[in-house]
Design a protein around this ligand. Structure first.
Ligand SMILES: [Zn+2]
Length: 201
């Protein structure tokens, strides 16, 4: 007897989450001080705004506050979260990563004839916009890793440039890109050659 199946909704969800993941990594890796990053910033805001739209009346003031400082702090927070995952990859026991307080609501919607699951954040005081943004980013990270069935030990940070990335296959990937890998190889090749040259004279 078949008791489950892959629904269209699931497939759609996975591709959506992949987009969110790309956005999160791009955002975490970007230099937000350069003009080039403005598109990325507005994409991130768009994403957080859409998260708020699903959760009315709680965070409406969050994004109207002074944006540039908020977004830098949000980036710092996201980087710290990714680092926390990476530093816990030894998987010795169950490691707590982070918690979000609130209520999980489970409902049936007569209009769409579907189940609905919605997380309601605990209310925060006005003036605490950054906290609100951080919580939303935390929740989004949970949703992404859950829905894409990620493995914690595949989260990585490139030792050459510091960029965060997710290793897509079992094959160990140390550097974020061919460019970073080549740069490191070239440097060690030159170092070796210099050593040889020195030992010759
Ligand atoms: Zn790199």
């Amino acid at each position: 007897m078949r008791t489950h199946w892959t629904s269209k909704k699931q497939k759609l969800l996975v591709s959506e989450r992949r987009e969110h993941l790309d956005l999160f990594f791009n955002f975490a890796n970007a230099d937000l001080t350069v003009a080039k990053s403005s598109l990325l910033k507005s994409q991130m805001y768009g994403f957080l705004e859409s998260m708020m739209a699903e959760r009315p009346a709680i965070y409406s003031s969050a994004l109207t506050a002074e944006k540039s400082e908020l977004i830098q702090d949000l980036q710092k927070h996201l980087r710290a979260r990714l680092k926390k995952i990476i530093h816990n990859v030894q998987l010795l026991w169950e490691m707590p990563l982070w918690k979000i307080s609130g209520t999980l609501e489970f409902t049936v919607d007569a209009k769409t004839k579907r189940f609905h699951e919605r997380f309601r954040f605990r209310k925060i005081k006005a003036g605490n916009e950054l906290k609100a943004l951080k919580r939303m980013a935390d929740l989004a990270l949970i949703e992404i890793t859950r829905d894409l069935d990620f493995k914690p030990n595949r989260f990585r940070q490139c030792p050459k440039c510091g960029n965060f990335f997710y290793q897509p296959t079992e094959k160990k990937k140390i550097y974020c890109s061919i460019r970073c890998g080549n740069a490191v190889r070239l440097r060690s090749f030159r170092r070796e050659r210099r050593k040889k040259d020195q030992s010759r004279c």
